[in-house]
Design a protein around this ligand. Structure first.
Ligand SMILES: [Zn+2]
Length: 454
């Protein structure tokens, strides 16, 4: 008997966390934190598994919404064994340490939980075990010995450095959890490698389920469009601000810009970046032979950037044309990209280029939907102002398009599919499409706290 119970992120892009009970062994798939919520509300609902066995946590990748609640899970379940890829382990150490100070600041406003400390992260990082992709390893609960072993393997998900899909085999039944998965190449990373083993139950992410794929071009095509729009701004003496996630999108966008400049498709200008993203760049470089990179010879350190944090007055960015790649991706209040956006909005020759996913209600989403000459109010308490700069939107996706999600289903031929990690529209598009195209498949819509028997 296998039971699946969502603890978060089931029907939204939230705190992804799913509980599997396989013949008495408790396995947590991902342990994310809600990017828009604070305090206790940002955590998965661990209370749902209070009296259930919790033996393992398997982590698909190091993005906040898949990893960041891990220290809280470990506090509740100190004997849990955590296994992920080598790169996710390295990234987790970096990003969890980075989140300590962010969280402490947050707690000044909301003290519904206790933050974790750098010492706790050091201890936690040491206990994270890692496995290479495709290696099959066995896991077993100490208390509930199962007669049949539980076998696990990781499969490159093509989403960010170290991202994997997780295959679990038990008693002739195979379950595959995609995590965040990307079927096609980005600039640095190759698309995913699906497992060769049969898959009976597929737990499928649906991030782009509600997005018309016609609006998502290939990376190469989108890069050409990006270069054309960027040249317009730079050639009129303006500067470009690009908000990005520090993990994944920053590395892909920096290398895209650099390669365009190298091929003389994009006007050569200063590139500014900074923050934790530059440390993540080093991990991308260090792991380039270990993961599926398109060009293993290319290193991010070969790009000559200037440090964003060395610039004291943002007026400096407008003296000469330049490109600034700054986190956070959704321009969350208080972050570098949010602060810079305020200066950019006042500049008529400059532009803000949106390159990725924006959650509703974020300042980034407001900017993405603004037009030059229109009015904008970035946060509840900020003044309404006129948008003087240009706003251009691009889709450099690190997730599969919705048709590609269906392609994944077609390739893996599962009998049961559990749809997770997407809004209502996204889940219903993917669900309906599967039912229309594939006969005899059972589709479940994951719901927080609602158990599904697999
Ligand atoms: Zn992700």
């Amino acid at each position: 008997m296998i039971k699946f119970l969502p603890l978060g992120g089931a029907d939204e892009i939230g705190a992804n966390c799913y509980y599997l009970n396989i013949a008495g062994t408790g396995i947590i798939l991902d342990c994310g934190m809600h990017p828009q919520k604070t305090g206790l509300n940002s955590l998965p609902q661990f209370s749902l598994i209070e009296n259930l066995p919790v033996d393992y946590a398997l982590i698909s990748h190091a993005h906040q919404d898949h990893l960041m609640s891990l220290p809280f899970l470990v506090k509740k379940h100190p004997y849990i064994r955590i296994i992920t890829s080598r790169q996710t382990r390295e990234l987790a150490e970096l990003t969890l340490h980075n989140s300590v100070s962010i969280m402490q600041k947050e707690l000044e406003r909301d003290n519904s939980f206790q933050a974790y400390t750098h010492e706790e992260i050091d201890l936690l990082s040491q206990t994270i075990d890692f496995k290479p992709t495709k290696d099959v390893f066995e896991i077993e609960s100490f208390k509930h010995k199962s007669s049949e072993p539980i076998k696990v393997s990781f499969h490159d998900a093509g989403h960010i450095l170290g991202s994997v899909g997780i295959l679990i085999e038990h008693n002739g039944k195979n379950i595959f959890y995609t995590g965040d998965i990307n079927l096609t190449n980005q600039t640095l990373l190759k698309g995913c490698e699906l497992p060769k083993q049969k898959v009976d139950t597929l737990i499928l992410e649906c991030t782009y389920g509600a997005t018309d794929s016609a609006s998502i071009l290939s990376w190469t095509k989108e890069a050409e469009r990006f270069a054309a729009e960027a040249n317009k701004i730079l050639n009129q003496g303006g500067s470009i601000l690009i908000p990005v996630f520090a993990l994944g999108k920053m590395q892909e966008i920096l290398s895209t810009i650099w390669k365009l400049m190298e091929r003389n498709k994009l006007t050569a200008t200063d590139i500014y970046t900074g923050g934790i993203g530059t440390k993540i760049n080093r991990l991308y470089d260090a792991n380039r032979y270990l993961v599926n990179m398109i060009d293993t010879e290319f290193q991010l350190k070969s790009i000559s950037f200037k440090n964003l944090n060395d610039v004291e007055n943002s007026e400096e960015f407008f003296k000469y044309p330049c490109i600034v790649v700054a986190s956070s991706g959704m321009m969350i209040e208080g972050t570098a990209s949010f602060k810079l956006a305020k200066s950019w909005l006042k500049q008529k020759n400059s532009g803000i280029f949106i390159v990725g996913y924006m959650d509703e209600s974020t300042p980034g989403n407001k900017i993405a939907n603004a037009v030059k000459g229109g009015k904008i109010k970035l946060t509840e308490f900020s003044q309404e102002e006129i948008v003087k700069c240009s706003i251009e939107k691009f889709r450099f996706s690190a997730h599969s398009k919705r048709e590609e999600l269906i392609e994944i289903v077609r390739k893996l031929k599962p009998k049961k599919i559990i749809l997770v990690h997407g809004g209502e529209d996204a889940i219903s598009w993917v669900g309906n499409q599967i039912l229309k195209e594939l006969k005899g498949v059972k589709v479940f819509q994951a719901e927080l706290g609602k158990e599904i028997e697999i």
